[in-house]
Each structure stands twice: as structure tokens, then as C-alpha cells.
Design a protein around this ligand. Structure first.
Ligand SMILES: *Cc1c(COP(=O)(O)O)cnc(C)c1O
Length: 347
């Protein structure tokens, strides 16, 4: 079938997942958004096969598709909002509560919703400030308290100390598991031991998305189907925009367009001038009139003839290179944190 295919080396994929699961204390796989390129339902199936008891989704709307393939508990990471009338999840769903007013609202409603309470970190994203944590204690009787959640910044500097300080403050208010993101496994284990002291390690759970699903880049490959091949002569025009071909060659129509994430870039976190220069050189569409495509044909990346369309791209192949056959799959480089292939194949 024509399209963009993500192909996994099955043995290697399973081995990688097992390694991450084994090294992460009580792992909670994160399954959200476009499903890290695999799709929500497909990843939910993988989590079920892994035998984990809990996964995390980003938003309430993602609970449904994940629940179809996964029988365990599901944490919603977005902060619960008491004004959201559609938020009526069942008993398998744990809500993240990040404001005192929302906790109070849940605690005074009928029923006993399952709740994680989020502690604000130096990210200043969501969470109850550490100074207000003592107020949390008085509302926990009205909910089924499942633990504390702490979302640490990616920056490693001072992260361990921050986790210790916030974890200690939270556990002083109420005992419960600590759910943490972005701490490496050995630091999670050390934190659990450190906070537990003589009584033995406290319970910690590591939430992992990217490192679990995308952590073994050499174990996968992405390809795109060549949909059409047209010989052209220098000076002839092609494409929506009637671009002039600079030499004799071929216009290739290849599966993969903006809807797949081809030609899209996430804003670069690159901090240095050198990193930014590299980002520019490797394919920013805005950098020059011409842009290097992510498609490799006859041994190298080829230029786009014009910006990608929604589901396919026009790529120019100069004469002299062997043109691919229609139906052939060619390598395409995609960043799966923002790209969406049409299908996943496990070999
Ligand atoms: C998205 C998210 C994660 C997973 O992030 P990755 O960088 O993909 O591992 C973990 N924790 C929280 C709170 C998140 O929102």
C-alpha cells in the first residue's frame, strides 16, 4: 500500500521496551498527542503487551482511544478543571489536580474520584505551590488520593535536589507514591531511598514517553512510496507554482506531505549559534528559496521542487541519477515527535 511507513525491527523494539521498563521504577508509559508517530491505539496495545498496570494520556479526549486497547488505569496529565462539564471519567481514570480550588470542588462533590495532586516545580507550568501544600491535606478525605505528581524540567542542573525538596514537602503533608517525569532511572531509585531513609525507599513511579517509544532510533526506519515519475527538460515548468527545472531530470511525486509532518519543524531548542546553524543547514524551508527534502533517492537527499503538499511532495532528481520505479519505497527522514506515518509495520 502506498504511503509513509514506519518499520520496526521487532526483536530489537521489544528488547528496547523491556530494557526501559525493567530499569524504570513502576514505569508509567505516556501515550498522548499523535502517539509519538505510532498512534494512540497502537501504543495502547503495546502497553497492554508490556503488562504495565497504568499509562498516562495528555487529555481527557485521549482516554477513549487508549481504553479500547488497554485495560489498566489511565492518568490524565492535563490539570483537571472544575468548570469542564464534559470531564466525567470512570473509575479507571486518575485525574491530575493542580489547583486548590479544583481539589476542593472534587472533594465536595459526591463520589470519590481518583486524584493525583500536582506540586509546582521550577518549570512554573502547573501545580500547587510548595507553600500551599499544607492546605491540600484538609481536602484529601473527600477524594481517593493516589499520590503526588512532580513534572521536572528537562535541564539536569539542580533537578535531583529539586525533586528531593518537593518530594519531602509533599510527603510531609500526606503519604503516597511520587509520580515523576524526566528523572533518569538511577536518580529515581536514589530519590526513593533518600526520601524513605531508615524506613526503606518510598514508592516512586517514572513517567516516560519519548525515551520509551523513540529511544532506539537505529531500530526503526521510515520510508515513502514513489507515486509518479516524470522526465523533464531544463527550463520546463512543473508543480502548483510552475517552478522552472534547473536541469534535465525527473520530477518525482513521493508520498508524504505536511499532514505527515514532512517539511515541518518543531521550534529548535538549540541554544548555541552552531546548533542553530546546523538546524538551518538540515532543512529549514525558510532558509533559502530551495529546500533539501527528507527523501533519499539514488543515494542522497534530493531538493524539493516546491514546498510539500498535504499528502505528497514534488522532488527533483537530476538526470544521471537512476530514477526510482513507481511503487518503490525510498527512505524518508522524519522526526517522530512531530511526524505521523500512515502505518507501522513490525518485522
Ligand atoms: C508529556 C509528558 C511526559 C512525557 O514526556 P516525554 O518527554 O515524551 O517523556 C511526562 N510527564 C508529563 C507531565 C507530560 O506532560
Amino acid at each position: 500500500m502506498a504511503g509513509v511507513t514506519l518499520r520496526l525491527d521487532g526483536a530489537r523494539w521489544r528488547e528496547h521496551l523491556r530494557t526501559v521498563v525493567a530499569s524504570t521504577p513502576e514505569i508509567v508509559p505516556v501515550i498522548k498527542g499523535h502517539g509519538y508517530g505510532y498512534g494512540l491505539g497502537w501504543l495502547a496495545g503495546q502497553a497492554a503487551e508490556l503488562g504495565v498496570d497504568t499509562v498516562a494520556v495528555g487529555m481527557t479526549a485521549e482516554v477513549g482511544p487508549v481504553q479500547e486497547r488497554f485495560d489498566g488505569d489511565i492518568v490524565v496529565l492535563y490539570p483537571f478543571d472544575r468548570r469542564d462539564v464534559r470531564d466525567d471519567p470512570d473509575d479507571r481514570v486518575l485525574r491530575t489536580v493542580s489547583r486548590l480550588d479544583d481539589l476542593r470542588a472534587l472533594a465536595t462533590r459526591p463520589g470519590e474520584p481518583r486524584v493525583l495532586v500536582e506540586v509546582a516545580t521550577s518549570m512554573r507550568r502547573h501545580g500547587i505551590a510548595v507553600e500551599e501544600l499544607t492546605d491540600v491535606g484538609e481536602w484529601l478525605d473527600g477524594v481517593r488520593f493516589e499520590g503526588w505528581t512532580i513534572h521536572l524540567p528537562l535541564r539536569a542542573d539542580g533537578r535531583q535536589a529539586e525533586a528531593r525538596r518537593l518530594g519531602r514537602a509533599a510527603l510531609d503533608v500526606a503519604a503516597g507514591p511520587l509520580w515523576l517525569s524526566h528523572l533518569p532511572p538511577e536518580q529515581l531509585t536514589r530519590l526513593a531511598a533518600n526520601l524513605g531513609g531508615e524506613a526503606g525507599p518510598v514508592q516512586v513511579r517514572g513517567r516516560v514517553g519519548t525515551r520509551l517509544w523513540l529511544g532506539d532510533p537505529d531500530g526503526r526506519a521510515t520510508t515513502a512510496t514513489v507515486l509518479d515519475v516524470h522526465p523533464v527538460r531544463r527550463g520546463e515548468r512543473a508543480g502548483y507554482r510552475g517552478r522552472v527545472c534547473r536541469s534535465d531530470g525527473y520530477v518525482l511525486v513521493i508520498a508524504g506531505g505536511t499532514s505527515h509532518g514532512v517539511g515541518l519543524e518543531a521550534p529548535t531548542p538549540a541554544a548555541s549559534v552552531r546548533q542553530r546553524a546546523t538546524a538551518l543547514a538540515t532543512g529549514s524551508l525558510a532558509a533559502t528559496g530551495r529546500a533539501l527534502s527528507p527523501f533519499t533517492v539514488a543515494g542522497r537527499k534530493r531538493w524539493f521542487l516546491e514546498p510539500p503538499h498535504m499528502q505528497s511532495s514534488l522532488v527533483f532528481l537530476p538526470a544521471g541519477a537512476r530514477p526510482p520505479a513507481v511503487g518503490e519505497d525510498v527512505p524518508v527522514e522524519l522526526r517522530l515527535t512531530i511526524a505521523t506515518p500512515d502505518r507501522v509495520v513490525v518485522d
